[in-house]
Design a protein around this ligand. Sequence first.
Ligand SMILES: [Zn+2]
Length: 855
Amino acid sequence: MNGESAAIISPMRWLIALLTLAACERNGKSVDTLDPEPGIALTLAAERVQAIENLRYELSFSIPGATSEPVSGRAVVRFALKDTSRPVVLDFTPGADSPVSLSVGGRPSRFRAVKDHIIIPKEDLSSGENTVEIVFRAGDAPLNRNPDFMYTLFVPARAHLAFPCFDQPDLKARYTLELTIPADWQSVANGTETSREASGNRVRIQYAETQPIPAYLFAFAAGKFQLETAERNGRIYRLFHRETDAKKVARNRDVVFDLHASSLEWLEKYTVIPYPFGKFDFVAIPSFQFGGMEHPGAIFYNASSILLDESATENQMLNRASTIAHETSHMWFGDLVTMRWFNDVWMKEVFANFMAAKIVNPAFPKVNHDLRFLVAHYPAAYAVDRTAGTHPIRQELANLDEAGSLYGAIIYEKAPIVMRQLERILGPDRLRDGLRAYLTQFKFGNATWLDLVRVLDDLTPLDLTAWSRAWVEEAGRPSVRTEVEGPRIAFVQTDPRWTQHIQVLAGTARGLRSIAVDLRNQRTELQTDPPVFVLPTGGGLAYGDFTLDDATRSYLLRHLAELKDPVTRGAAWVTLWEELLDQRVRPSDFFDLALRALPHEDTEQNVQLVLGYVDDAFWRFIRGDARQSLAPKLEETLRSGLDHASSSSLKSTYFSAFRSVVTTPDGVAFLERVWGRQEKIPGLTLAEPDEATIALELAVRSVPAASRILEEQRERFMNPDRKARFEFVTPALSDRQDTRDAWFASLADVKNRRREPWVLEGLRYLNHPLRAPQSDKYLRPALDLLGEIQRTGDIFFPTNWMNATLGGHNTRPAANAVRAFLAQQKDYPIRLRRTILQAADELFRAAEIVSGPNS
Ligand SMILES: [Zn+2]
């Protein structure tokens, strides 16, 4: 198969090859004598998009029922070649020992298979139309094969793990598909079914050619599925599912069809572009990896995110409506117009969320959507953006095999904030008009963020390109300081390139004033009645590192709870927390305020926000001796909140907080009685996972009965998965240091890290603040493992691993261990370095505050 073997290359040729490689890397060009690098490199993608057009795939897969038997496939790839000076490189990483045969124009090719690619020599190709035919065995990795069903999931660049293709988003292609499956299976794909032919216990199904779509959106599912069909406004919608509870299906089906139909109609009106992909099917998949995936014509959902239980809360219904509107929005934003490269993946996600909020929020009038937006986005975005490990929304991405590392709080939490600013700059109507122009100009094609900025820039006198450079292409956030002198208020910004439109709240003798302010200069001044306090974040819009004036700071530390508007209170909490981290508010003052404010806080989202801060302040920013004197008042406040909470979800919020911070003998004894079922909490039902968590919290507090409690809890489990998880975690909580050491040492073996949530739970208890003095010694080996964690784990595992390791520590020696590691690792991968700096930020700050005079 391979025309040239490495064994016959002389050492000298090796050296020359290496030197050439180094030289051409410097020039940023590749030379066709070299094999393409593994993964899908931007350089390869850029060459191919210049050389290849009119791409079409005819794919057939034969899928056996038994997962032990391989899926065989055949691909006919047709394209026009504009540049015949180079070989054509297809992407393909099948399973082990996959036989491949390949012909071009009907003649066998002298192709070479290298890591992740098939190279077709230029001699086999002709300028103009080419037809490449490949017979192969499909790789199973992205096929999600289960005993009774399978489904593909090719995002971000996993199609080539199953079949040979050009696995880059800007080589859109028309796909024709043929599936041969067991006769008692159903199947669904992007295109419409056109024919079906049974033969014995197998059936062959043909699907019509799709519109041009990228490889990551090509999809099919097959297996034992049930089918529900409905018509809405003349369009047929089909739901494929495996739910056995007929009542559950009956309860959900109409609302799920309605939500799709209303989302689709809203989007057709907003974009003035009819739904572009013909038929509309969706599949409810058990334990699907995401909430949903926007394959055109065949959206895949996690079954549990669209088929709700009877007990579903309003919040769950809001989330379902949002998920459906999100995926439907992608049909235009992402599917019709696709990012050119995955560095712009944030765009499609932000637009899908943005549209979903517009579609769904009006149907849930009881929810305070502005507060929901604030609480969901600002604290999480700041948690990364304030750190030395932050990065721009738009990042460089040299190879798609690193695409997973793009995902994180900056994309999910900061980008929506920036998008909301963009709407305020342009106004909703002009933004809509700009988006219409953009979708029309690039439909069935690709565009970058900068293409969109160019379209929108024509609609505003503001320099949108400069705005985008600061907010999207640069890391970090603006620093803004308030200065008050009599009736004059000034906002002083260190770097005025970060322009933003904010809503300032000023408390004056004549009442509250909400003032719109454009921050676009180093100094922005306004006049008002002499203010008692000035909160630049008060309207819930402003993003940045805000330094309050002294009068406002001390006003808020006394009167925050008296602010009427829940959004303003939420914004004030977020702002004071940032001031605490910057050492302008003492943790004990913040803590006092929180305990005074909680009994008056009637908005559940704010209670959750404040309790999260209280937990963090208590364990991280208050010294052990001071904790002891604060604990009785803290526990009394939480118990009182638990007693007076008006809803079961609020009760459970208070109980979780209590369970996490309890330290007094009385409090721990109460928790022990609750676990022992001797004491009930009215209005709160504790399920198996709740009791398990109580048992672990008691154990980490080294109560005398700890080992008996753990043993009894183990026996209480009815659910075998939860029992296995508990057994995995408990050694990390042992009273014996050698047992804890052995548990941690076992994580060096990848086999013991497969169940990532289990590992993280154990790691958090191992490094619990109460155990932190004995856990400093795990920091270095945990850091040493990070590189391997990234290679072997899921995309979020490195960040979660670091957070679980560092989250309980707050001392200078712990901070220094992290700094020493970073100082020694000179050539450490930049993305991992950022991961560490993000996770260590609070540790660094806490170590200064707790060791300093200011605690
Ligand atoms: Zn999405």
